[in-house]
Write a protein that binds this ligand. Structure first.
Ligand code: ADP
Ligand code: ADP
Ligand code: ZN
Length: 214
């Protein structure tokens, strides 16, 4: 099963993608996580990506497309995967469609996690990420057992630089301009499914499972 998650920054793509990966036993591929790991490790890619990410801008297509195409061609993706944060532009979507078609494959579902802009800034300002393992929490909606400490690895939790309100506004603008057109793209491809992302995490997941099957 090959699934793409769509939605505004903070809509809950990552949260749902992790649950999908666990239930259906497929890899969760997050381009944001890949970039953050590269930044942490001080790679060339990380240095390049950081200059865009810090400004709330998208990393250029040429830095992301090959990376994802290589990743989905790895052995652990043979039974499918859930892509989170990719594609984010029409050229990225076209490149993915083409790469899959060259192997006689296609995506099964594009799931749009729908959350209005009004809710996004609050979601983002409460989001906390673990510096150790990248796990994501929310102060109000998905708290850790012990305040400020990751449930998974005991690491420290931080507010991502790009989750500060000024940058969130910028990212929302970028989303509407560059990423939202993918909703039409995948509607036309006949694989778009929409879920209400404003209800609680488990309820969103129930709607996702309705789509993907038990
Ligand atoms: P969120 O899930 O909150 O939207 P991500 O972790 O997916 O954020 O992405 C963080 C940043 O990484 C983006 O704002 C962008 O700069 C960069 N990024 C991630 N994926 C892509 C992509 N497919 N194309 C371009 N830039 C990307
Ligand atoms: P995205 O990957 O789309 O940027 P995340 O999955 O990181 O979004 O979620 C953004 C923030 O909102 C996180 O702090 C997360 O814990 C929280 N969150 C995710 N889904 C929900 C939900 N349905 N209701 C309330 N908070 C949520
Ligand atoms: Zn952790």
């Amino acid at each position: 099963m090959k699934v793409v998650m769509l939605g505004a920054p903070g809509a809950g793509k990552g949260t749902q993608a992790k649950k999908i990966a666990a239930k259906y036993n497929i890899p969760h591929i997050s381009t944001g996580d890949i970039f953050r790991a590269n930044i942490k490790n001080g790679t060339e890619l990380g240095k390049k990506a950081k200059t865009y990410m810090d400004q709330g801008l998208l990393v250029p297509d040429e830095l992301v497309v090959d990376l994802v195409v290589d990743r989905v061609n790895q052995e652990d993706c043979a039974d499918g995967y859930v892509l989170d944060g990719f594609p984010r532009t029409i050229p990225q979507a076209e490149a993915l469609t083409k790469a899959l078609a060259s192997q006689g494959q296609k995506l099964d579902y594009a799931i749009d996690v729908d959350v209005p802009d009004e809710n996004i800034v609050r979601r983002m300002s409460g989001r906390r990420a673990c510096v150790g393992c990248g796990a994501t929490y929310h102060l109000e909606y998905a708290p850790t057992k012990k305040e400020g400490i990751c449930d998974v690895c005991g690491g420290e939790l931080i507010l991502r630089d790009d989750d500060k309100p000024e940058t969130v506004e910028k990212r929302l603008g970028v989303y509407h301009e560059q990423t939202q057109p993918l909703i039409d793209y995948y509607t036309n491809a006949g694989i778009l499914k929409r879920v209400d992302g404003t209800v609680d995490i488990e309820e969103v997941f129930q709607a996702v499972v309705q789509i993907l099957g038990e």
